[in-house]
Ligand binder design. Structure first.
Ligand SMILES: [Zn+2]
Length: 452
């Protein structure tokens, strides 16, 4: 239409120029926005469904070795030397806090940036015989070998005066060793990991530990307080790692955590639960095509292992991309504290630390091997009320009735049956479902691919 009008009407041309002058800056501003800024709500199912279904099956031709940014056999001392000095000003020394003692309630006004909490009982630094382990520095604070402390961290996304810092627990062992990071509640409604991390960290003695354990029990503090999986901007934080310093809120949050803490890890366990009213047998999600990650899973005692390449932006993928050996641990369901799942998670992490000679407790394992599964999901074909006929962890055979979906209006009943034999490693709890809802995650035992 403009083409037809332009040559025939000078008045129209003038009008068009005025319109362009008014709208051009807006159009430019839109262009400058990142595409990822457009959606405000992400309806992404958790890793256990699409991401696992889309994962390329394990194969014997494994990916090239992880490109470690640092050698795997590098000692903590050497790592400390290698790392570029991130802090221009001198580091504060973290007070040595006995983590077994109860922490005081947090101060009402907290600083925007990370700062050490006031210690409840500052002990004189314990004389360390022949210290050979290195100090570590996190958020501008130096943690000496043979000490444990609480740090607080803020992603800097809130109004500074209202900011609530996230607690970080650090135990720096008296002996050198790897840095293990335990991360919980990236999804704010996933509670079992918080308790797993508390039990692991508060049970460690820095005088007996080799290496460092960094525990971040509640990453998404705002989501945790609201019982929400998401960040305040309704984004899923676990799709935005490693983040960007000048991106949107989720990007900034992810970047602050990744740069401030995650880069210090040699090994990482990101602890989650099932989502959207699904529950999971304690299990690892790991990219078994990566040899180092496959080896890493061997350290976890009595736990199911499911191959999953994961989705872009997941913490474990971002960590693996910079040479950190990382897996996701799933335990139970969201919004609940489940003793059985927590015990299993703690047990597995203890066995991992023993495998890497970080602790020595002479555990006697009943079944010291993880179990690898090839898995498939069964989705509901009809909407209605789901009523389960099996339980989590059950072994089922092909054709076995798993559950019934009943239409509450017509009373039509639709039976869901197992397509193959296997074990129920994840399932939806009884609830109202829509057609297509992933209801049962069935796994058949498989062999881990051998390294070439
Ligand atoms: Zn999660």
């Amino acid at each position: 239409m403009f083409c037809r009008l332009l040559p025939t009407s000078p008045a129209t041309l003038l009008l068009l120029l005025i319109i362009l002058a008014v709208t051009a800056p807006q159009a430019l501003a839109q262009d400058e926005l990142d595409e990822s800024d457009e959606p405000t709500v992400e309806v992404i199912e958790d890793e256990e469904v699409e991401d696992i279904e889309d994962s390329i099956p394990r194969r014997h031709e494994v990916k090239p070795t992880l490109e470690k940014h640092r050698a795997t056999d590098t000692t903590s001392q050497e790592k400390a030397v290698q790392k570029p000095a991130r802090q221009q000003k001198p580091l504060k020394i973290a007070p040595n806090i006995n983590l077994k003692e109860v922490a005081p309630p947090p101060e009402p006004e907290m600083p925007r940036t990370a700062e050490v909490e006031e210690p409840i009982a500052v002990e004189e630094p314990t004389p360390v015989p022949e210290p050979v382990a290195a100090s570590i520095s996190l958020f501008g604070t130096e943690i000496l070998p043979g000490t444990s402390t609480r740090l607080s961290w803020s992603p800097g996304i809130q109004i500074a005066s209202l900011s609530q810092p996230t607690p970080i627990l650090v135990v720096n062992g008296v002996h050198p060793g790897p840095a293990l990071c335990l991360v919980g509640a990236i999804h704010g409604d996933e509670l079992n990991g918080i308790e797993i991390i508390r039990r692991v960290l508060y049970d460690l003695n820095p005088q007996e530990l080799s290496g460092q354990v960094i525990g971040i029990p509640i990453v998404n503090l705002q989501g945790f307080q609201q019982g929400s999986r998401y960040l305040p901007d309704r984004r899923d934080l676990n799709r935005h790692f490693p983040g960007r310093a000048r991106g949107h809120l989720a990007d900034r949050f992810a970047h602050a955590l990744f740069d401030g803490a995650i880069r210090h890890c040699d090994m990482l366990v990101d602890i989650h639960t099932g989502s959207f009213r699904r529950t999971n047998l304690p299990q690892l999600r790991a990219d078994m095509n990566i040899p180092e990650v496959a080896d890493f899973t061997r350290g976890f005692d009595r736990i199911a292992v499911v191959h999953s390449s994961g989705a872009p932006g997941m913490l474990r993928n971002a960590a693996v991309n910079i040479g950190i050996t990382a897996v996701t641990m799933e335990a139970g369901e969201s919004s609940r504290i489940q003793e059985h799942q927590i015990k299993a998670g703690v047990n597995s992490i203890h066995s991992l630390m023993e495998k890497y000679n970080m602790i020595s407790r002479l555990f006697s394992w009943g079944d010291p091997e993880p179990v690898y599964y090839d898995t498939y999901w069964i989705r509901t074909e009809y909407g209605g009320i789901l009523s389960n006929r099996i339980s989590l962890g059950d072994r089922v055979f092909k054709g076995q009735l798993l559950g019934i979906v009943t239409d509450p209006i017509t009373n039509a009943q639709h039976r869901i049956k197992a397509q193959d034999s296997g074990r129920v490693i994840g399932m939806a709890v009884d609830q109202v479902v829509m057609s297509g809802f992933a209801a049962y995650h069935i796994g058949a035992e498989a062999k881990i691919p051998e390294r070439n």
